[in-house]
Design a protein around this ligand. Structure first.
Ligand code: ZN
Length: 277
């Protein structure tokens, strides 16, 4: 739930004046979130919300409702700042500031993180391990959960990918310089359904990334409800929070019932330059 963090970050001088853009993004916490929470309550499912800490401070009632519904509130930066833009110190500062706010508002330290813009840096894994995180949800390197290993320790990676994100399907806003052609909600949802079919056949992890301001709009959310109904009817699907999935992976690994692929980070020690022969 990025809410209007994006517009203040993209337009630090006049974001606060862009009232229409702000209204579109505030639709997320104010209108979509109650709708989304009502659906999950009716269907008795718990999910994970990645929320920039600034949004927690700005819309505390919404976060309170998430916690009340039994959902997980996970770390998504302070004001959606780009983790690749600064060094290790800079990243550690915003990470720790967010941890403190999540703990203060939800009563629990965050267990998971998704990098704003999926911009996981070469310092991210170590910083998360040092801060006691269980999982990351920023990478795109597999169809199933895997392990990120560094000199500092390990993290469970719960991958997703751009095909499972709603921006390419639904986001059209001049204020954020992102202008995708508007799709019929059912057409946009076809992407998520086909991803689900493949994951169901092969036993994969299906993680949709739905922004309340985009997918929580009325017509689109009706399509989400249809998709969830379809998944439940199909059966053999576990709806869970990311934390539950990460802990399940850890339990299966320690029981020896699941061998996770291990990805060693960082991938490269220095820039890769190729010289002419
Ligand atoms: Zn975001």
């Amino acid at each position: 739930m990025d809410a209007d963090s994006l517009i203040h970050l993209d337009h630090p001088r006049d974001g606060f004046n862009r009232v229409s853009g702000l209204s579109m993004l505030r639709y997320g916490p104010e209108i979509a979130l109650p709708r989304i929470l009502e659906t999950y309550k009716r269907l008795d499912i718990r999910q994970t919300f990645f929320v920039p800490a600034w949004c927690i401070e700005t819309y505390p009632h919404v976060v309170e409702a998430m916690v009340e519904g039994g959902h997980e509130v996970a770390h998504h930066g302070y004001i959606h700042e780009n983790p690749l833009a600064g060094g290790r110190e800079e990243q550690a500062y915003w990470l720790n500031r967010g941890i403190e706010i999540i703990e203060r508002f939800t009563g629990q330290r965050p267990r998971g993180w998704r990098a704003p813009l999926y911009n996981f840096s070469r310092h991210s894994a170590d910083l998360l391990i040092e801060a006691g995180f269980v999982y990351d949800a920023s990478l795109m390197g597999d169809d199933v959960p895997y392990i990120l290993k560094t000199d500092q320790g390990e993290l469970v990676e719960l991958p997703s990918h751009w095909g499972m994100d709603d921006w390419p399907q639904f986001v059209h806003t001049m204020d954020l310089d992102y202008m995708m052609p508007i799709n019929a909600p059912s057409r946009g949802m076809e992407v998520f359904r086909e991803e689900f079919e493949a994951m169901w056949e092969d036993g994969g992890l299906w993680v949709s990334v739905w922004h309340p301001f985009a997918t929580g709009r009325l017509a689109r959310w009706k399509q989400v409800e249809k998709l969830i109904a379809y998944m439940r009817e199909k059966g053999d699907v576990w709806f869970a929070t990311m934390e539950e999935i990460a802990k399940h992976i850890q339990a299966c690994r320690s029981q020896g019932t699941y061998t996770a692929r291990v990805d060693a980070l960082p991938y490269y020690a220095e820039p890769v330059f190729v010289k002419k022969a």
